[in-house]
Write a protein of this length. Structure first.
Length: 99
């Protein structure tokens, strides 16, 4: 059970990092004034969380994909990715609305 929770959290971190980074690039490129600063901050957050993902989880959980519980691992990965994407989207929208 602990391995599946770790996989869930690692996928959450990965998708959150990618989503935040892409939203930040989008905001910094198309935004003006304060929105560009918010976009740069989102890019920085995406890079930091991406680094933490690689540093803490990537090497440890890559072996989980080759276990006999392939189906449950895949479902947990997808759910973790969706939760990470929703959190990233929420932060992006909150940052844009405040800027």
């Amino acid at each position: 059970m602990g391995e599946l929770m770790g996989l869930f959290l690692s996928m959450l971190m990965l998708i959150f990092a990618v989503g935040t980074f892409l939203a930040g690039v989008f905001t910094a490129y198309f935004g003006t004034g304060r929105s560009r600063a918010v976009g740069a901050l989102l890019v920085l957050i995406g890079i930091i969380v991406g680094y933490l993902y690689v540093d803490f989880t990537w090497l440890h959980y890559i072996g989980a994909f080759f276990t006999s519980r392939m189906f449950s691992v895949g479902i947990i990965s997808i759910v973790g990715g969706l939760v990470g994407a929703l959190i990233s989207l929420g932060i992006f929208l909150a940052a844009i609305m405040k800027a």
